[in-house]
Ligand binder design. Structure first.
Ligand code: PMT
Length: 337
């Protein structure tokens, strides 16, 4: 049973006391079909988690805690994984950015601005809608990739809202994917809350004002990387992200995560520079010393343009590096089979 002592919430006690989301079984049935299809096609699969998790303060939710993540890292990376030939399971916060449609987000590139109203050839006919000529080439490129991804069945999406939804889904999805063994890459880019209010402590109705200040004591969310690595998907290639706002903490924290959880890579990023530089922290391959950990920085010029003439996205290089490391790891651990 949960207590206010944060150390009491192991992953096991968390799942024993917190209820699963109502859509879990249906979501997992869809994942099972997707996994069977990719298995038949012999595809490598990546699970991309993306966006922020909420922490409800009431059972009938009026208020909740949230975080800054828009889901840019996850949505952008998913596109590059598809391009690299992976099948993508995209697990994202409801209404956060998604692959392909992210190019036309309502704030940066509203889709209504792509359209023109044309008078009909015959005055009695209805008005026509056309795409603004200057916007056509890019729209055609994005639309083609979008249609291909959906028609081929290589992109499957799942949504979460709360940290509880996220944890239950992550556990169940990892267990389903584990049948694919080393061919699965886990790319954990979601911004997961470290604190939550257990169901047993939630007020049923809207918290009332009038009694002065509001004090809330939250429990710590159990660290799920440990059971993920040890139990849920022991053969997977697991890449987690570490976010800090104090640059001095980034590498020490990332190294500590590798030592504690024993997964393959932590990608460290600073809130303010995350679009231009990240650091890959991982054990030195082949070294017998588990504390032998290396860092390598990946940086792009903030003004760089990619070979299609668009602003360069760091996710292109992150994904290229991971695709190559994943294959090298498969080769090293299975003799290339
Ligand atoms: O979406 P964008 O706006 O593009 O932003 C992208 C990003 C900055 C959110 C992304 O690049 C990123 O850093 N995501 C991870 C954010 C995060 O949760 O960092 P953290 O330092 O709080 O967590 C560190 C690690 O602990 C994570 O690898 C996480 O998987 C793990 N963890 C977290 C919570 C939890 N309950 N258990 C865990 O094991």
């Amino acid at each position: 049973m949960a207590t206010s002592d944060p150390s009491q919430f192991s992953a096991e006690s968390y799942f024993a006391t917190q209820p699963p989301p109502s859509t879990l079984e249906q979501d997992i049935a869809g994942v099972r079909t997707f996994v069977a299809q990719q298995r038949e096609l012999g595809k490598k699969v990546v699970l991309v988690t993306s966006g922020g998790t909420t922490v409800p303060l009431e059972l009938n939710v009026v208020r909740f805690l949230d975080n800054f993540s828009a889901g840019t890292r996850g949505a952008t990376s998913a596109e590059y994984f598809l391009k690299a030939g992976y099948a993508v399971l995209f697990m994202h916060r409801q209404f956060s950015l998604q692959p392909f449609s992210r190019h036309y987000s309502h704030s940066t590139n509203p889709f209504l601005d792509l359209l023109e109203i044309e008078p009909p050839a015959v005055a009695t006919d209805p008005l026509n809608i056309t795409v603004t000529p200057s916007k056509r080439p890019e729209l055609l490129e994005v639309l083609t990739s979008y249609k291909e991804a959906h028609q081929s069945g290589l992109l499957h999406t799942l949504t979460f809202v709360t940290v509880n939804d996220y944890l239950w889904l992550l556990r169940a999805v990892s267990q389903e994917l584990s049948v694919l063994g080393r061919g699965v890459l886990y790319y954990l880019a979601a911004a997961v809350s470290d604190f939550f209010l257990p169901r047993q402590k939630l007020s049923e109705h809207k918290i009332q004002s009038g009694k002065g200040s509001l004090l809330i004591e939250m429990d710590q969310v159990p660290k799920i990387l440990k059971p993920m690595v040890d139990e849920w998907t022991p053969d997977g290639y697991i890449v987690s992200f570490k976010l800090e706002t104090d640059p001095a903490l980034l590498i020490p924290k990332a190294r500590a995560a590798i030592e504690r959880y024993g997964h393959q890579i932590v990608i460290g990023n600073d809130l303010h520079t995350r679009k231009y530089e990240v650091v890959f922290v991982s054990r030195v391959p082949g070294s017998p010393d588990v504390h032998d950990i290396s860092n390598s920085w990946l940086r792009i010029d903030p003004h760089a343009i990619d070979d299609r003439g668009h602003p360069k996205e760091i996710e292109e290089d992150i994904v290229a590096e991971l695709v190559s490391r994943h294959q090298a790891w498969i080769d090293a651990t299975s003799g290339g089979t």
